[in-house]
Design a binder for this molecule. Structure first.
Ligand SMILES: [Fe+2]
Ligand SMILES: [Fe+2]
Length: 255
């Protein structure tokens, strides 16, 4: 790991960082602009990015943000796919098939984002340690729980990409983000179709543009307030989530 990133992590682990800064340690301080923000206090540099450097830095921050979210999705599905810790907890063939297929997609998303960041001379974010137990609680780990969690994570991914597309400056990256965003939306519908088919979805006709947030608490960022029951074709226009909103949602599962 480059010295500049180690310095940043040491600073973050010093306890003075806010949650946002800790998260930004994963997503924001690796890449084109990092050298310019990591010089020693004894020798303060003149920090002035050109507009092109600033644009490149912003793109890398967004790519690393997406990478962390894809790490999360990939780890979740890998836990339930063949060879995963919870693979034996899935009993239904359709569900096992979805776990394997979507795990493959998420692992591909991790790879393409990592490769893209490297190709742009950035440093891919380190994979965080995830712990999904705050979402699982005392619930039995089974097909129904797996699909409910998938129906929670997937629209967050859709809305997270939506929140960043207009902030990307490189047209090629906008196209790539759009391509992944579309697949996340496919995941939303596929998972929800299966939940309907299996009788797990109590509101299969509910239209919503803020899933997994609920009607009762539409602005809550707490998983306990979310509602995974919505239509497999949930909306005409999704509402975006900002980085801060997504951070607040995923923070409980990042150790
Ligand atoms: Fe993904
Ligand atoms: Fe996904």
């Amino acid at each position: 790991m480059p010295e500049k990133v180690e310095a940043t992590n040491a600073e973050i682990s010093g306890g003075q960082a806010t949650s946002r800064r800790k998260f930004m340690g994963y997503i924001g301080l690796a890449g084109a602009g990092a050298a310019l923000v990591a010089c020693s206090p004894q020798n303060p540099p003149v920090v002035e990015l050109t507009p092109a450097q600033q644009a490149a830095k912003q793109d890398l921050e967004i790519l690393n943000y997406a990478l962390v979210l894809e790490y999360l999705e990939a780890e979740f599905y890998n836990l339930f796919a063949v060879g995963g810790k919870y693979a034996a907890n899935l009993k239904l063939d359709d569900v096992k098939k979805y776990a394997a297929e979507i795990a493959g997609h998420e692992n591909s998303h991790v790879k393409v984002l990592t490769d893209t960041i490297v190709s742009l001379k950035g440093t891919p974010a380190t994979k965080p340690t995830f712990d999904f137990s705050p979402l699982i609680g005392s619930k039995p780990i089974n097909d129904e729980l797996f699909l409910a969690l998938a129906a929670t994570f997937e629209p967050i991914g859709v809305r997270a990409y939506l929140g960043q597309v207009a902030r990307l400056t490189n047209p090629a990256l906008i196209a790539a983000a759009g391509a992944i965003h579309a697949v996340e939306a496919d995941h939303v519908s596929a998972v929800q179709e299966l939940r309907v088919k299996l009788g797990f979805n109590k509101q299969p006709n509910r239209q919503t543009d803020i899933a997994p947030q609920s009607v009762a608490k539409p602005t809550s960022l707490v998983a306990g307030d979310f509602d995974a029951d919505y239509s497999p074709t949930p909306t005409a226009f999704w509402k975006a989530l900002t980085m801060d909103q997504v951070l607040a949602i995923v923070k409980p599962v990042i150790k």
